[in-house]
Ligand binder design. Sequence first.
Ligand SMILES: Nc1ncnc2c1ncn2[C@@H]1O[C@H](COP(=O)(O)OP(=O)(O)O)[C@@H](O)[C@H]1O
Ligand SMILES: [Mg+2]
Length: 351
Amino acid sequence: MDEVNKRFESMAALVDEASLLLDAQSIVVQANEKALTLLGNYIIGYPIDRFLRHADFAEAVRMAHEDGRPSSLDYTLMDQVRRSFTLRIARFDEVHVMLVIFDGTMSLSVDRIRSDFVANVSHELRSPLTALSGFIETLQDGAIDDGESRDRFLTIMRAEAGRMQRLIDDLLSLSRVEAEEHRPPDDTVAILPVLRELVSAMRDEAAKNGKTLSVNLADELADADLLVRGAQDELRQVFQNLVENAVRYGAPETTISILLSTGRLAGGQLRENLLRVQVVNQGETIAPEHLARLTERFYRIDKGRSRQFGGTGLGLAIVKHIVNRHRGRLRISSEDGQTTVSVTLPRIFQQ
Ligand SMILES: Nc1ncnc2c1ncn2[C@@H]1O[C@H](COP(=O)(O)OP(=O)(O)O)[C@@H](O)[C@H]1O
Ligand SMILES: [Mg+2]
């Protein structure tokens, strides 16, 4: 393996781009620094399709393995800005293929990227603003003298103004966490009180939606101090977003559980230095093509439904950036009507 690693490292250094070595099952066995920065710190040992979903990817890996034919795929990631990558896959040796990810974002003009984002934001702000202007006009045209419609219009106007407010608040949060993303937080946070306090603050809201909230500890954690390296207000924001989503999109008359356990590798081995917090809700199964995109800005499976609950489509984008800043991992899965959002954070132990 040593020889393979060395050869991989020198090739990765040569291309100077995000590079990975995959085995025959497409499990990541090696990755350089740029690949870890792009795809996350915990990719080694996991199947690559967890981090890169592309319809033709499996076929390209197969071709590289079996026929030794290299391939090139285009890959677009809709993050805060559109990022486009070229994936190149080629045989490395008998058992491995090498994947190199060329970031083509810079070649998209900077103006274009900026204008995409501005267009999105403008579009999101325009609809409440249009509604507001419309009602103001209607009121001025006489509705103001009709007590009943006036009250109804004012209620709607207030809701629309609230929507603009939330959008602006979320945009500011996002830009703040993004600006700090490369500077990990250094406070010690006791996670359990944060979660308990959050649950009691949200209990009524959940009950209105017919849901019960519970916090549960895995046996192995029962008497330990659960401390993580982090920023308390940001972690609170993460779990508030996740519980809010579970309350909004989960099925009525169900329980939303927050489960704490020791982090785990794909094979199930415990990782004592990681703490995993899972927010689990019952409801519709999210299709894989949506799952992979939920953390993109403004991505919503059902815009109308999200809007009805006051959603902005930015919640999970904020969550992702905060988790990244904490050098943690975010994973969303959905199966048999159960959706689990799992946040794994570096744990600290007080001596
Ligand atoms: N627990 C969940 N169950 C089902 N769908 C979810 C869940 N959490 C998030 N989603 C989907 O992901 C989308 C994006 O979530 P988010 O970024 O928090 O935005 P928002 O909640 O404002 O719409 C939601 O609109 C919804 O379609
Ligand atoms: Mg949300």
